[in-house]
Design a protein around this ligand. Structure first.
Ligand SMILES: [Fe+2]
Length: 324
């Protein structure tokens, strides 16, 4: 399970007044020097956009912003999308409102996923802003799926490169009952959001990193594989998001905004705070086509090969003794 080597000289970087401080080894960075209540100069926007691609998850603290500010910030990155199933403000349908309290338990986000992979073109990024947070709990976990791909063995990288997987509106199906009206409504959604085929390993369109692009919320099957083979392989790949070395865990405070690159990171909303209150607002930025790797070139699959410097003991003194 290779882990990216830490470049300790590049933990804090600064450009155009935007300071980026890495928060974990595989992904995550805090951004400071930016005020999202005002207009964002182009140079600062470019620095933030670059940080998003590089660090996959970026965090802005102490941003007491309105829904309009959130929408305006999201629109700097592209057109916003409207979620077909999430609760929204009628006047501003791009803003999803997560209002969880003693009467409204959180729904269906306590599992690893990237957002809306049931779409032909899943979103490029999501922005979530905390308004009210529980005293304890309610963290969001993130996993770098580029690090997760790098962590696979060379043989597994070669095996999964070029495979395709089927994605579905699976978690939303229980929202429909068995009445005639509900069945017709579900059929309408199935026609609008048919099964999608996405590559198992996608190429990030900006960084060029290879990313493991299957998730247990929306991915139902590996295409052209036997059901048993598909289930077993998906279980192995899904477990890559569980590896702590690929994760960043975010603890929320009010007025914190977190943006994740949906093309390279997955997330998991920890449901341990009910019935405390939590109120968040979200906007989602449309993405482009998902481009995958064809067949793997054995010499090209791994982006980073970790080789210890001369004289460094890779086993940390734990190398097994060889008995003659
Ligand atoms: Fe999500």
């Amino acid at each position: 399970m290779p882990v990216r080597p830490v470049d300790s000289d590049r933990i804090v970087t600064e450009s155009d007044g935007v300071t980026v401080t890495r928060a974990a080894v595989s992904l995550g960075a805090e951004i400071s020097g930016v005020d999202l209540t005002g207009p964002l100069p182009d140079e600062q926007f470019n620095a933030i956009d670059a940080a998003l691609v590089e660090h996959e998850v970026i965090v802005f603290r102490d941003q007491n912003i309105t829904s309009d500010h959130l929408t305006a910030f999201g629109r700097r990155f592209g057109e916003l999308s409207v979620h077909p199933f999430a609760p929204m403000d009628e006047a501003a349908p791009e803003v999803i409102q997560f209002r969880n309290d003693e009467n409204s338990a959180p729904y269906g986000t306590d599992n690893w996923h990237s957002d809306e992979t049931f779409r032909t073109e899943p979103p490029m990024a999501t922005v979530l802003c905390a308004k009210v947070v529980p005293a304890l709990g309610g963290d969001t976990m993130f996993a770098s799926m580029s690090a997760a791909f790098e962590g696979l063995s060379d043989r597994m990288q070669r095996f999964v490169s070029g495979l395709e997987a089927i994605h579905d509106i699976l978690p939303f199906r229980p929202l429909f009952g068995s009445s005639e009206r509900d069945r017709r409504e579900l059929q309408r959604f199935e026609l609008k959001y048919p099964l999608q085929v996405h590559p198992v390993v996608r190429i990030h369109p900006v960084s060029g990193r290879k990313v493991l692009f299957v998730n247990p919320v929306f991915t139902v099957r590996i295409k052209d594989m036997d059901e048993n083979e598909s289930r077993t392989l998906l279980d192995v790949l899904f477990r890559q998001a569980h590896v702590p070395e690929y994760q960043y865990r975010h603890r929320w405070a009010p007025h914190t905004l977190v943006m994740w690159d949906n093309r390279s990171a997955q997330h998991y909303a920890v449901h341990d705070y009910y019935p405390q209150r939590r109120y968040m607002e979200r906007v989602t930025i449309r993405g482009g086509p998902v481009i995958g790797v064809d067949r793997a070139d054995p010499k090209d699959v791994r982006r980073i090969k970790f080789e210890a410097p001369a004289g460094v003991d890779l086993y940390g003194g734990h190398k097994p003794h060889v008995v003659d």
